[in-house]
Ligand binder design. Structure first.
Ligand code: NAI
Ligand code: MG
Length: 519
């Protein structure tokens, strides 16, 4: 597809298990990609700085892998500290020169809306890129792109509705407050919803007048680079959005530690989130974190069983289980436990796993070999802890990172498979006798991202919703996102909220102005 001038002897320090090869090379700035569904497109390979695709300063590149085939898709340029420096300078200039935060805010809204429209016009290619790079079922990618479009459009509408207060302090003074942007925001995103996480980060930052330097995940860099070509076309000025592809330990650290970055927004593992929070503390940066989970999904005996089973299926196998809020701990009321297990086992076994470009596939590939290995390791841990493997528990095929939907029963609440985030299509099922007992079990976790409640009794639903420690509670549904409903975690699941009007306050600060008037 292209020629690599010099082969670097280094392999990746990447977190993925199949070593991503890293080279010094002179890549063309775009490479042609033929998608498995017949669509073709040009993939940008550069970093996106100052509204231009540029090679990385050291001409380093890394390999991007298709997790469904384990084959190379292409190489792209790998950013380093010096590239982050250039991106931050560009973002800082764009912030200081007023080309973005100094304009009539309605024009920020119009540009963001235009970006959404450009994405909408090209949504088939964009959804396909996501499936190629991440391995998720094409139906899931289409759902992601719809959420991206709606969220960008909805955020655009907030641009001219950010107001302050006039404070009456008597006739001697005139006092008012204004909400102003923070400056350059560093944003670090994961690989499970690459473009959706891009949208959740850039939209609230941009609409409030900030500028951003964003790092995509090393295993899924393609979609954010591809849509960057629409940024200048949408009328967003140079330097407002900068994308530096690369690795966490290099680009991620450089973003977190850069003195000109005023705020860090991160989605990913709790361990990395903790580390970022500590590093950002040194620079007194504002931080928002959307981290891991081990969310309870509770089925009461009066739930409509068939619907509950479908919701539990969606809760754990959607997006191949690589969902921070996956309903990975299922609790079932004792009187229906046996019937539930029978139906849930059958439903799990009937899920179509495989080629994510096949329209009938529900569960595609895991995104990386690291993730595949991690999930299989947890299957072994579950077996050795004495849980009963009800179904699944093994890799599907030998090419591509596919895993059979996996259910463990007879679990004890202190088992690692019940306590720790697995981030794959693996679920534990526990029996409960009373509402108090299930609430205690549900809340016995360091996390608090989401919870599900399945019942036909409105009293049970609302009372349990009030008592579970979770940032999101779904009743008779699960993994049911809407751009106008905030999302974020209690406890070790994070800080701050994304989406809706709630996301805006993460990117604004209050300025109080008090003028003394002549006597
Ligand atoms: P990670 O949290 O290390 O990676 C997420 C992002 O952080 C990536 O862009 C990565 O390059 C970056 N990063 C890594 N180290 C960094 C550092 N020192 N400074 C700044 N940025 C850094 O997660 P990883 O290793 O990809 O996956 C491990 C586990 O994390 C998964 O098995 C899953 O349990 C969890 N996870 C949770 C996600 C969520 O949505 N809550 C998303 C991705 C992973
Ligand atoms: Mg990939």
């Amino acid at each position: 597809m292209f020629s690599r001038s010099t082969l670097c002897l280094k392999t990746s320090a990447s977190s993925i298990g199949r070593l991503q090869l890293r080279y010094f090379s002179h890549l063309p700035m775009t490479v042609p990609i033929k998608l498995p569904n017949g669509l073709e497109y040009e993939q940008p390979t550069g970093l996106f700085i100052n509204n231009k695709f540029v090679p990385s300063k050291q001409n380093k590149t890394f390999e991007v892998v298709n997790p469904s085939t384990e084959e190379e898709i292409c190489h792209i340029y790998e950013g380093r500290e010096d590239d982050v420096e250039e991106a931050v300078q560009a973002a800082d200039r764009a912030f200081s020169n007023g080309s973005w935060n100094g304009i009539d805010p309605i024009n920020r809204g119009k540009a963001l809306y235009r970006l959404a429209e450009l994405i909408e016009q090209d949504k088939d290619v964009i959804a396909s890129i996501e499936t190629l790079d991440n391995g998720k079922a094409i139906s899931s990618s289409r759902g992601d792109v719809e959420l991206v479009i709606n969220y960008l459009k909805s955020s655009a509408g907030f641009a001219d509705k950010i107001d302050g207060r006039m404070v009456d302090t008597g006739r001697t003074h005139f006092s008012y407050t204004k909400r102003q942007p923070l400056g350059v925001c560093g944003q670090i995103i994961p690989w499970n919803f690459p473009l959706l996480m891009w949208a959740w980060k850039i939209a609230p930052a941009l609409v409030t007048g900030n500028t951003v330097v964003l790092k995509t995940a090393e295993s899924t860099p393609l979609s954010a680079l591809y849509v960057s070509k629409y940024i200048p076309q949408a009328g967003i000025p140079p330097g407002v959005i900068n994308i530096v592809s690369g690795f966490g330990k290099i680009v991620g650290e450089a973003i977190t530690n850069h003195p000109k970055i005023k705020k860090v927004a991160f989605t990913g593992s709790t361990a990395t989130g903790r580390h970022i929070y500590q590093s950002a503390a040194a620079g007194l940066k504002k931080v928002t974190l959307e981290l891991g989970g081990k969310s309870p999904n509770i089925v009461f005996a009066d739930a409509e069983l068939k619907k509950a089973v479908q919701n539990i299926i969606l809760g754990i196998y959607y997006n191949s289980g690589e969902v921070c809020c996956a309903g990975s701990r299922v609790y079932v009321e004792e009187s229906i436990y046996d019937k539930f297990i029978e139906e849930f086992k059958a439903a799990s076994e009937s899920i179509k796993v495989g080629d994510p470009f096949d329209e009938s596939t529900f569960q595609g590939a895991q995104t990386s070999q690291m993730q595949l290995n991690k999930i299989l390791k947890y299957v072994d841990i579950g077996k050795s802890e004495g849980a009963t493997l009800i179904t699944g528990g093994e890799r599907l095929g030998s090419k591509g990172y596919f895993i059979k939907p996996t259910v463990f029963g007879d679990v004890k609440e202190d088992m690692r498979i019940v306590k720790e985030e697995i981030f794959g299509p693996v679920v534990t099922v526990t029996k409960f006798k009373s509402t108090d007992e299930v609430i205690n079990m549900a809340n016995d976790s360091e996390y608090g991202l989401a919870a599900g409640i399945h019942t036909s009794n409105i009293n049970t639903a609302l009372k349990v919703a009030d008592r579970v420690n979770a940032g999101t509670v779904w009743i008779n549904t699960y993994n049911d996102f809407h751009h106008a409903v905030p999302f974020g975690g209690f406890n070790a699941s994070g800080l701050g909220r994304e989406m809706s009007v709630d996301a805006l306050q993460n990117y604004l600060q209050v300025k109080a102005v008090r003028a003394k008037l002549d006597e």
